[in-house]
Design a protein around this ligand. Sequence first.
Ligand code: SAM
Length: 284
Amino acid sequence: MELWFTENHTPNVRFSIKVNRQLYSGESEFQRIDIFQSEEFGRFLTLDGYMMLTEKDEFIYHEMITHVPMCAFPGAKDILIIGGGDGGAVRELAQYDSIRQIDLVEIDEEVVKACREYLPSTAGKLDDPRVHIHYEDGLKFVRHAHDAYDIIIVDSTDPFGPGEGLFTKEFYGNCFKALREDGIMVNQHESPFYPEDGYAMQRAHKRIAESFPICRVYQAHIPTYPSGHWLFGFASKKRGPVEGVDFTRWKALGIRTRYYNTQLHTGAFALPNYVEEMLKDVEP
Ligand code: SAM
């Protein structure tokens, strides 16, 4: 008997991966957590039936959500990650000696436990002494943070279920306050391609643009996310994402990456015309 994982990308489009076996299944207070083993993508994590990461393509997402802001803010010291309990963003940040503290605010302790056990290549740096894990709702955590972080990385689930609050104007406004005067916030920004995802992307962009003076979008190719075309938001108080960035300084750090490089950093902010139009439609 063949076992397949299937996710509906729209009511008319499905994405399936043949599964060798199921490694873990659990129901936490917040969501259903599953980890599967597959031939094509290695191990993969799903929450409530939605793909979070696969061993084969997670490097693209995690490198793009971390190295873009780290290159734009050389020497960043204090980092806040909201979500990200799989540890992939932490693994990338752990390469930077300049970082003093990483606060990881993950609502669901069970995600961290399952990833530590079954996805060690992603979760392996969660024990770095600079990492402090807070099992809390990110929406509530940022209400009490002021002028405390250089970079905030919003590595959340989609805008429904426990992640819903992380796409609100209140949350982005509080992230603005939690950042230092030259701070940067990046977030996973959904996909522009299918109408429902595109609408979520526009809504997030509108709300971020209402809170931050600099608000840009960049892209990456992530094969296991709906349509494969994924966007990230770059919002900041002062720093531009490309203009004035010291790429030579980042290269001199010798950070190891498989997807990210400084030419790609610049190119990722060049968006297709239809995406530019979708963004302009909602900018204030
Ligand atoms: N890269 C992934 C994606 O977009 O598919 C996200 C992966 S990461 C596993 C997302 C994490 O955000 C989950 O572990 C989830 O528990 C956490 N999360 C969801 N809502 C949250 C909230 N309100 N506060 C903190 N963490 C939250």
